[in-house]
Design a protein around this ligand. Structure first.
Ligand SMILES: Nc1ncnc2c1ncn2[C@@H]1O[C@H](COP(=O)(O)OP(=O)(O)OP(=O)(O)O)[C@@H](O)[C@H]1O
Ligand SMILES: [Mg+2]
Length: 143
């Protein structure tokens, strides 16, 4: 059963993400989808800070850098934050060395994950963000 909620500010989305993080255990893929500005990066701030991998202000959009890594090398909660917006297909993903992120159990959060399917043996949680008028966002979680 999908879980659905509505937030009314960026702060509320971040706070929900922090709480949601308590339910997560590596290895895991979190596949984020939703339009531009729907809140994927904002939600990731909450999840990454909730996991204790980085403070929320250090979590920024990987649109141009494609991949950010939070947490220390030995950290159980190493978090990869990627963005497929500028990547055409899985082959490009491999070319960028991103497939390395599956070498050790981690939590992988991907924006624009609907662009193409990623072969991964890890459990996946899908989170869809939608504009719901003004600052409201509908968040739908499917495991
Ligand atoms: N309820 C809300 N939840 C999340 N963000 C909100 C909310 N209300 C307003 N915002 C604002 O909407 C914007 C969301 O931007 P964000 O970068 O998180 O979106 P995105 O989905 O990652 O976009 P992109 O596809 O460009 O990567 C931010 O400026 C944020 O402050
Ligand atoms: Mg983003």
């Amino acid at each position: 059963m999908p879980e659905e909620l509505l937030t009314h500010s960026a702060e509320e989305t971040i706070a929900w993400g922090r709480g949601f993080a308590a339910r997560l255990k590596a290895p895991l893929m979190i596949l984020l989808s939703g339009d531009l500005g729907s809140g994927k990066t904002t939600l990731t701030k909450g999840i990454v800070s909730g996991l204790g991998a980085a403070p929320e202000e250090d979590v920024t959009s990987p649109t141009f850098t494609l991949l950010h890594v939070y947490g220390t090398e030995n950290s159980a909660q190493k978090v990869f934050h990627g963005d497929l917006y500028r990547i055409e297909k899985f082959h490009d993903f491999e070319t960028l060395g991103m497939e390395d992120l599956f070498s050790k159990p981690a939590i992988v959060i991907l924006e624009w994950s609907e662009r193409f399917p990623l072969p991964s043996p890890w459990p996946q949680i899908k989170i869809r963000l939608e504009h719901a008028g003004g600052d409201a966002r509908r968040i739908t979680v499917t495991s």
